[in-house]
Each structure stands twice: as C-alpha cells, then as structure tokens.
Design a binder for this molecule. Structure first.
Ligand code: TXA
Ligand code: MG
Length: 319
C-alpha cells in the first residue's frame, strides 16, 4: 500500500530502513533512497525500470557536503554552489569512494544537489545520509510535479509519498560538469544558463542529444507523453493534420475556440516563463490522459527558463 502524507518522521524512518520514499523538491518529485546503501539504490532502478547506465543525482543538505562526497571541488563549482544552493543546480564532481558505483552507473563523477524545497531540506537535515533520487516517474515518461502524479504511476510499489504540494519550478535541475578547465552545462533546467554565465562567464552548453557518457540519461526521446506530440507553429500544424482529435499545448494564447481543436492547455496567459515551466508537465499529463489522438505544441521564447521548457518540448516530441 502507498500512503500520501506529510509526516517527516515516517519518511525518515522508512528511508533509514532502506525503503524508498517519493519526496518533493522545487523542481519535480524524486524517488529517494539512502544513497550510501547499494541495496536501497538498486530498488530505485527496479521501481523506475531505469537502465543501469543512467546515473542518479545525490541530494545533500549543505554546501559543506561537497567536501564529504567529492574528491575535489574546483573553485567554479564552489562559487556556483555558494550562489545557487539550495536550488535547481546539480554539480557533477569526481566522487569519493563512499558513494557506491551503482549510484553513478560506474562513472567517476557524482551529481550533487542541495534542493530548496523546505520539506526536502528538513528531511535531509534529519538524516545521517544523503538521498539518491531520480525523478519519480517510470523511465522515459513525464516527470511528476504533484504527489498524485507519483501515486498514479508508482502506487503499490513504494510505501510513502511525502506531500509537499505542487513543485514551484516544474522542470528538472540544471546539470553542470567540470572537465579540465571547462565548465559545461549538460542539461538545461530550472536554473537559467544566463545565471550560470553570470558567475562563470566561460561556461558553455554541452547538451547531450544522445548517449554521451557524461550524462547518459539525456536521451533525445525523454520526458515524453505516450501520444504523439508535434512541435511547431500551431496554426500550420493544424492545417497539416486535419480531422484528428487534436489538443493544443500553447504558451499564452487560448486555441480552444479554433475549429479542429478539442482541448487546449495554456501554459501562461500572461506570458510568464516561470509560470509556463511550473505548469508544463502537469498540462502535458492532462492532455496525454485525455481522449485525444494528437498533441500540438509550440515553443516558448528561448530565453531564461524558457530554454529548459523548449528542451523538454523537443524531447517530448522526439520519436
Ligand atoms: O531536478 C532534478 O534534478 C530532479 C530532482 C528529483 O532532484 N532529479 C532528476 O533526476 O531529474 P533524473 O534521474 O531524472 O535525471 C538525472 C540525470 C541523469 O539522467 C544524468 O543525465 C544526469 O542527471 N546525471 C546524474 N548523475 C550523473 C553523473 N554522475 N554524471 C553525469 N550525469 C549525471
Ligand atoms: Mg528523470
């Protein structure tokens, strides 16, 4: 049986016993286990049906934890943590032996992140170990931004979902790695690239379209609904696909009165990119669960967190 509740002590008790608990973060819900317990970590891969080559992010409760789990911390990494932790930023750093190889899929680096959600932080501060946690969805599907999203897909498989309400950021963390002198962004996410460049002007994008060993999880087709999703200019797409039960996922304009549109989800009527990011995955899910054949989506302005939204839309539309 799976319980949804807000009892931190119960969550801590289960995690200490080696069990899995879904936890809220400001980005998306995570499926957490004791990162230092390989058997508990193995359960994450089983429950998610996640391939073992896809490493997990380790969630920590302080900046000081960098020294505990990373064997070296470049000055830029420390500067980024000091500026943006707690927050939607994951730093990939050479791991210490205490981090099991299973967590990093055998890679030499470990992804570390201090989440900003108050419940997640309280939980982490209560525990004597860090939490390995991927997004709490079956591998490849849309990430959960509500406890009910987790419940619908993982009920019966985990004992507890810690209810922290809707995720305020709504897209996963930005992942940054350090190779030689280079600072590289492997995944666009909740912390805009521009903010990273403010602290590290030389930071560059190195997004992984396919199976780059640096971040094997960034497969092109990911975060994807089961229904086909086409990305482009809505009116053109409508002309090209007449006579289907079609839904629209738009940025700010309401298309529900346009002939041929059965449902429309507007991400942000006021055109606010943060609001659009926070609504993205829930809106995608509602359309995926509705009685429709096809989802048509349009890109949002490609700036700030909008870049991460467009990245997720592109991956959702990939075959
Ligand atoms: O916002 C987030 O990051 C959420 C919340 C729960 O914290 N977590 C999340 O985890 O999105 P997940 O497992 O869905 O995506 C983690 C990705 C991996 O697929 C991989 O691309 C990258 O992070 N990653 C993790 N550890 C890594 C490592 N050691 N080296 C390179 N990439 C790593
Ligand atoms: Mg994920």
């Amino acid at each position: 049986m799976t319980v949804i509740g807000s009892d931190l002590n119960e969550a801590a008790r289960l995690l200490t016993a080696g069990q899995l608990v879904a936890i809220p973060t400001e980005t998306v819900y995570g499926l957490a286990a004791n990162a230092l317990n390989p058997e508990a970590v193995l359960r994450i891969f089983e429950v998610k049906e996640r391939p073992s080559f896809d490493p997990l992010i380790v969630h920590v409760n302080s900046i000081a934890a960098l020294q505990e789990y990373a064997s070296s911390v470049p000055p830029q990494a420390l500067a980024l943590a000091q500026e943006f932790w707690p927050g939607p930023l994951t730093l990939v750093l050479p791991k210490k032996d205490i981090i099991p190889d299973l967590v990093t899929s055998g890679l030499p680096g470990v992804g570390l992140r201090m989440p900003a959600h108050p419940l997640a932080l309280s939980l982490l501060r209560q525990l004597p170990f860090p939490l390995a946690a991927p997004s709490a969805n079956p591998f490849g599907y849309i990430s959960p931004t509500l406890p009910q999203h987790v419940y619908r897909q993982l009920q019966g498989k985990i004992p507890y979902i810690l209810d922290g309400g809707p995720c305020t950021i709504g897209v996963e963390s930005t992942i940054v790695g350090f190779e030689g002198d280079e600072v590289l962004v492997y995944r666009l996410g909740g912390l805009p690239f521009e903010h990273i460049q403010r602290i590290v002007p030389g930071a560059q994008l190195r997004l992984n379209a396919s199976s780059n060993p640096a971040a094997p999880g960034m497969l092109l087709s990911h975060y994807a609904p089961r229904k086909p999703l086409l990305l482009g200019e809505i009116e053109k797409l409508l002309e090209m696909h007449p006579g289907r039960r079609t839904a629209v996922l738009s940025f700010r304009r309401d298309f529900s009165d346009i002939p041929g549109v059965s449902a429309c989800e507007v991400l942000s009527p006021s055109g606010d990119l943060h609001e659009a990011a926070a609504h993205l995955f829930a809106a995608m899910r509602r359309l995926d669960e509705a009685d429709l054949d096809l989802i048509l989506a349009e890109p949002v302005p490609d700036t700030g967190i909008g870049r991460a939204v467009n990245d997720r839309l592109r991956r959702a539309s990939a075959e």
